[in-house]
Design a protein around this ligand. Structure first.
Ligand code: G
Ligand code: G
Ligand code: MN
Ligand code: NA
Length: 255
């Protein structure tokens, strides 16, 4: 309850910030996209990671307001970067929780936001997890279809960690799958994991999906991922989540 009050105040006081992590071409390491990750710049506790407050925000319903802020701020920032770096065709990934998707005004809100910021809908990719399909699959399917009709892309985050990933690939139209970093971590030491990652990549290619390997921390992992044919990599090796100003410097340097 205290956290709920704190979060409400934090929204009112504009204490949330977005950090940005690059998503890169596996072969060239060129930056092709960026994932926005929210943090809470707490007046006394410092920078609080989302794991410490997203759950509470979901339980209290505050996630809708926080999610609106995140989406708005991320799109505003992307608009500014695309104006400043016209050569880059960066894509923007934003994490979206099921509670946000259940808001009946969500699709209209995204449409209005894209119109207001003048951002090409194809630039925006919403990351969802398998958990969103557990409650009301038909309703969620309608929301995802509505978003895709706008031109917005849908990514399945943390892929492989849920219960029945394959049925979701079968039933829903998606654009991207993000292979959970636990697979990337284990694939070099466990043959079975390497085979699973290879199979996921093959499946993704056959379904015409973009595939991102998450949590790539060293060059050996990148080489292993590259050998599977996975198109995109994300992780500390390519860049840690950083402030907008730091990310802009990275873009400048890579131009
Ligand atoms: O940065 P960190 O590893 O602590 O992130 C923890 C979790 O918080 C991740 O699962 C990430 O997807 C989630 N997360 C980060 N930013 C956002 C956001 O803006 N909205 C939602 N719903 N989840 C987020
Ligand atoms: O659930 P989601 O995939 O959205 O979570 C992304 C989180 O993973 C981010 O909050 C980010 O801090 C973290 N992350 C990104 N790259 C790496 C990495 O290479 N290693 C580890 N341990 N965490 C990472
Ligand atoms: Mn994510
Ligand atoms: Na993930």
């Amino acid at each position: 309850l205290e956290l709920q009050t704190d979060l409400r105040n934090a929204l009112a006081r504009d204490e949330f910030v977005l950090h940005y992590q690059p998503i890169c071409d596996t072969v060239t390491a060129r930056i092709r996209g960026v994932e926005a990750l929210v943090r809470w710049q707490h007046p006394t506790r410092g920078l609080v990671p989302p794991g410490a407050f997203i759950g509470a925000a979901e339980e209290t319903g505050l996630i809708r307001e926080l999610g609106r802020w995140v989406l708005h701020e991320a799109c505003r920032q992307m608009r500014a970067w695309r104006d400043r770096f016209p050569e880059t065709d960066l894509r923007l990934s934003v994490n979206t929780s099921g509670e946000e998707l259940k808001d009946p005004r969500f699709v209209d809100g995204v449409r209005d936001l894209l119109a207001d910021t003048g951002l090409d809908p194809r630039v925006l990719q919403l990351e969802v997890t398998e958990a969103i399909f557990l409650q009301d699959p038909e309703y969620i399917a309608g929301i995802l279809d509505g978003l895709r009709a706008l031109g917005v892309r849908i990514a399945l985050d943390d892929f492989g960690t849920g219960y029945s990933s394959l049925s979701y690939l079968d039933r829903y139209r998606l654009d991207t799958i993000k292979i959970d970093r636990s697979f990337v971590t284990r694939m070099l030491t466990q043959r079975r994991t390497w085979e699973i990652v290879t199979a996921i990549v093959k499946l993704g290619q056959a379904l015409d999906l973009d595939i991102v390997a998450e949590g790539v921390e060293d060059e050996t992992q990148r080489q292993a991922i590259r050998a599977t044919g996975c198109g995109f990599v994300q992780g500390y090796l390519l860049g840690r989540p950083a402030s907008a100003a730091d990310f802009a410097r990275t873009l400048e340097a890579s131009d």
